[in-house]
Design a protein around this ligand. Structure first.
Ligand code: FRU
Length: 449
């Protein structure tokens, strides 16, 4: 199945329509992508795997695509790493993560299995690679099934393991759903990456915090512990959690005796339309870097509707810093430098960056008279407004999603534009807004206020 996928990709990749295909953001050679997976620094390079369906611009049986980069500027596509070719992952190799042990690259991922009676099983599997390119699924799979979970959790919603090592032992935080419809993160433990035990319910959410927490991650920054998760239907407030599924950073402390995470603060990580399922790595410079999927479930997908043969891409990578109990995000210097600086009045045909010192309101328009988006700083908030984009994007939300904003006292905006996206970093990453955009006419940058 991997050979079929690789063969198909090399045969068909030149047939896709590149009109909106990002230039500086990571996207697959062809087909559909969602979550970043297995994001890791291995033998001097950053490896990114991703949820991948090569055969169409829509979600299908999940494979793991694979690429690597030295600097996040130039990417090299590698062969498909995993295909759903075993009984324990026959309906998809769902999200997971990577870890390096004895110079071998290990992956832990969720096998999605749909039984004949329609019931679903989500089970955890391992694969490894000596060369960082070809992966072998281990004979012991599956290494953890829903049977190890306490009865209060739903075994059919048990997915997206994120590996980490602590004090010589391996752990994975995994998404699980509580029977009372509340998102939880469970902790699994292992001495050898092969035999896994249930350790604890690491963190259970509150009832307004969504019914399933997809793609958990756990890390520490400057002594502050964080969990990041992507909750499905986090209850919206006036300005936050407007997307049906949000992405949050939960700050707290871990009680390692009880193996529980005690939450002290929650913040939405990004305030745009399209930022989901981020995953982080730690590199040789001790930088904690995240990358996320630049889309959101339940939304229409423009390149799919236009039959362009591909769909979705990743955000820019962001180095994380502790900012009180929140996260500050900084785009790596080499990536910043690869975006030519723009001036108001310029036509943007590919990529560009705006650096704006802000004193008063400042509103910008990108596009032509009849097809444009607006963004900027107005009445105490930074916003992105897609309401005048002709290729409209609709979602399952029952409310208007055309505008997203964040209240903040802004003094600087750093704006990255690519062929299908806009990312704004406010006050050097104190807040961010990330949105996909699809403008068909000339993209002229104007200041309108
Ligand atoms: C998140 C998610 C994961 C799952 C994967 C399937 O976007 O729903 O929970 O593993 O996508 O593609």
């Amino acid at each position: 199945m991997i050979d079929d996928a690789n063969h198909y990709i090399s045969e068909k990749k030149n047939s896709i329509n590149q009109t909106f295909k990002p230039s500086a953001h990571f996207s697959a050679p062809i087909g559909w992508i969602n979550d970043p997976n297995g994001f890791i620094f291995f033998r001097g390079e950053y490896h990114l795997f991703y949820q991948f369906y090569p055969y169409g611009s829509f979600w299908g049986p999940m494979h793991w695509g694979h690429a690597k980069t030295k600097d996040f500027v130039e990417w090299e596509h590698l062969p498909v790493a995993l295909a759903p070719d075993m009984p324990y992952d026959k309906d998809g190799c769902f999200s997971g993560s990577a870890i390096v042990k004895d110079d071998t690259l290990w992956l832990m991922y969720t096998g999605n299995v749909v039984n004949n009676d329609g019931t679903v099983e989500q089970i955890q599997n391992m694969a490894y690679s000596k060369d960082g390119i070809h992966f072998e699924k281990i004979q012991e799979n599956p290494v953890a099934t829903g049977e190890i979970l306490p009865a209060e959790l739903v075994a059919a919603d048990f997915r997206d393991p994120k590996l980490f090592e602590k004090d010589g032992r391996y752990y994975a935080v995994v998404a699980a759903k509580h029977k009372d419809e509340i998102g939880t993160v469970v902790l699994l433990g292992s001495d050898d990456l092969i035999k896994w035990n249930f350790e604890s319910i690491f963190l259970k959410g509150q009832s307004h915090q969504g019914f399933m927490w997809e793609c958990p991650d756990f890390f520490e920054l400057d002594g502050q512990a964080y969990i990041t998760v992507s909750p499905m239907r986090y209850e919206r407030t006036e300005e936050d959690f407007i997307n049906l599924n949000s992405t949050i950073a939960i700050a707290g402390q871990v009680d390692w005796d009880k193996k529980i995470f005690v939450q002290t603060a929650v913040s939405e990580i990004d305030h745009g339309h399209d930022f989901y399922a981020p995953q982080s790595l730690l590199d040789d410079k001790e930088q904690r870097i995240i990358i996320a999927w630049m889309h959101n479930w339940g939304r229409t997908v423009v390149p799919h509707e236009l039959e362009h043969g591909w769909a979705c891409n990743m955000t820019l990578p962001r180095i994380l810093h502790k900012d009180g109990q929140k996260l500050r995000q900084e785009v790596p210097e080499a990536v910043v430098a690869s975006f030519p600086e723009l001036q108001v009045g310029d036509e943007v045909d590919c990529i560009g960056r705006l650096e704006l010192d802000i004193q008063n309101d400042a509103v910008f328009r990108l596009g032509d008279e009849s097809d444009y988006i607006e963004f900027g700083y107005q009445a105490g908030s930074v916003f992105i407004d897609r309401s005048q984009q002709k290729l409209t994007i609709t979602g399952e939300e029952e409310w208007d999603i055309s505008r997203r904003s964040v209240s903040i006292d802004a003094h600087h905006l750093q704006v990255f534009l690519d062929k299908n996206s806009l990312e704004i970093f406010v006050n050097y990453g104190q807040e961010s807004l990330t949105s996909a955009i699809y403008l068909q006419g000339k993209k002229i940058l104007q200041q309108v206020k």
